[in-house]
Every structure is written in structure tokens, then in C-alpha cells.
Design a protein around this ligand. Structure first.
Ligand SMILES: Cc1cc2nc3c(=O)[nH]c(=O)nc-3n(C[C@H](O)[C@H](O)[C@H](O)COP(=O)(O)OP(=O)(O)OC[C@H]3O[C@@H](n4cnc5c(N)ncnc54)[C@H](O)[C@@H]3O)c2cc1C
Length: 390
């Protein structure tokens, strides 16, 4: 593992900090309060080609490393969690195509995704299948030259805003995870219908909703990867997505931590700054320590993603799960402790930490809950397939 990366990525961080300070952070409170989609912020990110970071140059993207994608998401999340979640969709949504798309599919869809002119959503979760994703009921069958899809997907990020939906469906109802295939469905296809967009406790600028497939017909060319091999595409997509969620957790935690530090240094009670009291000092110390370790875990997983050849698939999945589990738990702890440091001010609407407290909560749930991450890590460790060497 390399510890000399910070300097190499400094120019990227500096570019992002200018963007965040001018175009992202000033609107975070408005996005949260109104639930407005951060469209202008997206335009600014498109100008810097951030939407194309996960896509190869050959298809109009920037072909940046996962480490660079993580830095982008961390810095944007530091300014606005909703905007970071919207950008994350570009990295998550293009993944099934970059992993398993044919040359023709990549050429057809990736350039518009890279430019940010179109967006893609990842449709795995259903009302009856969340953590147990292999139990999905959405089905697809081949009828001449078309697949016919039926089902109901829920909690889908960027729902309604996206133009393309990667839909995971059963093509062999008796084969469990080995009977799932991945399909590309374009918005506007007859039989594809957007349902309700959910109201959430946080991350208000990111759309999360449901869609229905009712005898929805797509050309057989819209099958992504091989028939019945879709579950693998979903799991590979989620490995990378977990690193990106960990990175957004770092940004949210960092932002809350900075608020707590500022307050601890300036708030006078009993004739002195509250940071002088050991009770507060210990909180700051715990936050600093855990945030540091979360950064190491996240950037270790990012670096492994950039050198996948160096590790087994089990090892990689475990490292992604560790980064996601630890960083999102730390983010939740840091926002909670920061709110405590701010006292009553932290609880009042309009306080940054109050918003971060709500935004951080979902990080322990989506892209696999903390409990599921522990199952991935624990099973891999017990089977001897996960090695903790540095
Ligand atoms: C804002 C938001 C955005 C989302 N975006 C997307 C998206 O873009 N695409 C998509 O496909 N999905 C998306 N999801 C869905 C998300 O991935 C699921 O909510 C998540 O995987 C958990 O599934 P569930 O909500 O059905 O909970 P359940 O699976 O019903 O779990 C309920 C509880 O039981 C626990 N549990 C379940 N099984 C076990 C077990 N074996 N051992 C121990 N505990 C267990 C869970 O950890 C959890 O605490 C999103 C969700 C949200 C809230």
C-alpha cells in the first residue's frame, strides 16, 4: 500500500475545492430545504468533465482511476451530499456497460453518459428483494427478437431523471442468482412507467423512486453481458459503488468535523472555549482518529480497485465492504458527535450539522447495509480468502 499519494492528487483536490466553494456548497442548504434537483451544479460538474471519470477515453470519457473518482466524490460531498449522490449515479450507472457491454452497446450509450447529457440508473432492488437481491421477481422472456419484461423496482437512485435503466430480471426462475440477466431499458419504452418518487429524511436533492415494467419489450440486443450472468454484473458494480459510498461518507464526516472544531474553538462557556473541556476534547480526538482510519480504508480499497490484478475477487470484495462499512459507520458517529458539540445549535433546522446528520443516515443502508457488509467480510475471513496484510 502506498502512502505517498496525497501530493500526486493535490492539483485535483485544489480544482475540486474551487468548484465546491463557488458552485456546490453555497447551494447545499437550498437543495436540502427545497428538494430541488441540483441541475446547475451538474452543469458545472459537466464543464469539468467529472461525469466522464469512470468511462474509458475511447468512448468519450476521462478514464480516471477509482482513486480519482473517490477524491471527486469525497470533495463534492464535503460541499453537498445530494450533489455528490447525483454525481455518484454517473459512476454507478455506467458500470454495467463498462463491465459487460458489447463494443456496439458501449459506442451507442457511453459517449452521452460520459458527457453527462444522459444518465443511467441501476435497478436491482424490489419491494420483496432488498438485501436478498437474488430473490428478485422481475422476469424477462424472449419473444422472437425481443425480451418482454415484467416487474416492479423500488428505491432506485435518480429515478425519473435518468434516461437509461439497467434492469436485473429473472430469465431462469429456478436458478436463483444464476438465473438473473441484465437489460438496458430506455425511458419512454412502452410498458416502462415511473411510479412515485419517495420523500426522504435526507439527501433531498437526489431522486429515489420506483418504476414498473408491464409487458415492456426491448430489442434482444439490449441484453447486457451473457444470459443468466447478470448477478455477477450487479455484484461487480456494487463493489466499486461501495468505495464511492465510502468516499461520500468521508466528505460528509469531514464537513461535520470541521464544524465541530470551529465551534469547539470559539464557543465560550464557563469562561473558556468548550474545546478545553476534556469531554469535548475526547470527542474531537475520537473523530479525528476514526476519520483518519476511514480515509485509509477507503483509499486502500480505491487503490486495489485500480490494481485489481493484484488481488483475488474475494479479497477485493472484502476490502470494498470494509471501506463501506467502516467509513459509513464513522460518518454517522462523527455527525452525531459533532451535533452534540454544537449543542442546541446543532439541532436547529438550517444548521449544517443537522443536515449532515440526516444525509449521513442512508449511507449505512444503500449499496448494501452495514449488516450485509459484515456478512461479506466475516464469510470471507472465515473461509481464509481474506488476508489482512498491508
Ligand atoms: C436513498 C436510497 C437509494 C437507493 N438507491 C438504489 C439504487 O439506485 N438501485 C437499487 O437497486 N437499490 C437502491 N436502493 C436500495 C438499497 O440498496 C436497499 O434499501 C438495501 O439494499 C437494503 O434493502 P431493504 O431496504 O429492502 O432492507 P432489507 O433487506 O429488508 O433489510 C432490513 C434490515 O434487515 C437486515 N438484514 C437483512 N438480511 C440480513 C441478514 N442476512 N443478516 C443480518 N441482517 C439482515 C438489513 O441489514 C436491514 O437492517 C436505495 C435505497 C435508498 C434508501
Amino acid at each position: 500500500m502506498r502512502f505517498d499519494l496525497a501530493e500526486q492528487y493535490q492539483p485535483l483536490r485544489e480544482m475540486l475545492r474551487v468548484l465546491v466553494e463557488k458552485e456546490i456548497a453555497p447551494y447545499a442548504e437550498h437543495v436540502d430545504r427545497t428538494g430541488e434537483y441540483p441541475r446547475n451544479q451538474l452543469e458545472e460538474m459537466k464543464k469539468l468533465k467529472l461525469t466522464g471519470y469512470s468511462i474509458p477515453k475511447k468512448y468519450g470519457g476521462e478514464e480516471k482511476s477509482v482513486t480519482e473518482q473517490s477524491i471527486v466524490i469525497e470533495e463534492i460531498a464535503r460541499g453537498c451530499s445530494s450533489t455528490a449522490a447525483v454525481l455518484s449515479i454517473y459512476y454507478l450507472g455506467s458500470s454495467p456497460l463498462t463491465i459487460a457491454g458489447t463494443e456496439e452497446q458501449k459506442q451507442k450509450y457511453l459517449p452521452a453518459l460520459a458527457a453527462g447529457n444522459r444518465a443511467a440508473s441501476f435497478g436491482l432492488t424490489e419491494p420483496g428483494a432488498g438485501s436478498d437481491a437474488a430473490s428478485i421477481k422481475t422476469s424477462a422472456y424472449l419473444d422472437n427478437d425481443e425480451y418482454v419484461l415484467n416487474g416492479h423496482k423500488c428505491f432506485i437512485g435518480n429515478c425519473g431523471e435518468s434516461d437509461i435503466y439497467f434492469v436485473f430480471a429473472k430469465t431462469d426462475g429456478n436458478a436463483g442468482a444464476k438465473g438473473i440477466s441484465c437489460f438496458l431499458v430506455e425511458k419512454g419504452t412502452p410498458g416502462f412507467r415511473i411510479g412515485e418518487i419517495a420523500e426522504k429524511m435526507g439527501l433531498n436533492g437526489q431522486r429515489t423512486g420506483e418504476f414498473f415494467l408491464e409487458d415492456c419489450r426491448v430489442p434482444k440486443e439490449n441484453l447486457i453481458g451473457e444470459l443468466n450472468k447478470g448477478f455477477r454484473i450487479a455484484m461487480e458494480t456494487l463493489d466499486n459503488a461501495r468505495i464511492i459510498v465510502a468516499a461520500s461518507a468521508l466528505g460528509i464526516a469531514q464537513s461535520a468535523y470541521e464544524e465541530a472544531m470551529e465551534f469547539a474553538n470559539n464557543r465560550i462557556q464557563f469562561g473558556q472555549a468548550i474545546g478545553n473541556f476534556q469531554g469535548i476534547l475526547y470527542k474531537i480526538a475520537d473523530m479525528a482518529t476514526e476519520l483518519q482510519v476511514a480515509k485509509l480504508a477507503t483509499y486502500r480499497a480505491s487503490e486495489l480497485a485500480d490494481h485489481k490484478e493484484a488481488v483475488s475477487r474475494h479479497q477485493f470484495s472484502s476490502e470494498c465492504a470494509i471501506a463501506k462499512y467502516y467509513a459509513t459507520e464513522v460518518a454517522n458517529k462523527v455527525v452525531n458527535e459533532s451535533l452534540q458539540v454544537l449543542g442546541g445549535r446543532g439541532f436547529i433546522k438550517g444548521s449544517k450539522v443537522e443536515r449532515l446528520y440526516r444525509d449521513a443516515r442512508v449511507l449505512k443502508i444503500y449499496e448494501g447495509t452495514s449488516e450485509i457488509q459484515k456478512i461479506v467480510i466475516g464469510k470471507s475471513a472465515l473461509s481464509g480468502k481474506f488476508v489482512t496484510e498491508i
